[in-house]
Write a protein that binds this ligand. Structure first.
Ligand SMILES: [Zn+2]
Length: 81
């Protein structure tokens, strides 16, 4: 097996694995608040909701965002809602 074919095969396997992982676990921790959903004041007693994730602490993963986009764009004929 040639190195180029092996590289292409490895890339395909990694990409498919990532897509499956994004289907099963679509969310990751918010980058801004690190999944806490809130920002603490310097005193540590007061806090406010994280604006980026609106307090959920979750962020949609890039793979899942692309999956949803593809479903919206190409899935219209199969899903007549
Ligand atoms: Zn956040």
């Amino acid at each position: 097996m040639s190195p180029a074919l092996l590289l292409a095969l490895a890339t395909t396997v990694v990409t498919l694995g990532y897509m499956v992982a994004c289907r099963i676990w679509p969310y990751a921790a918010c980058v801004t608040c690190d999944g806490a959903g809130r920002h603490r004041s310097p005193s540590g007693k007061a806090w406010r909701t994280c604006r980026r994730c609106r307090g959920t602490g979750a962020r949609l993963r890039v793979g899942r965002w692309l999956w949803d986009l593809a479903r919206r764009e190409f899935g219209r004929t199969r899903d007549p809602r």
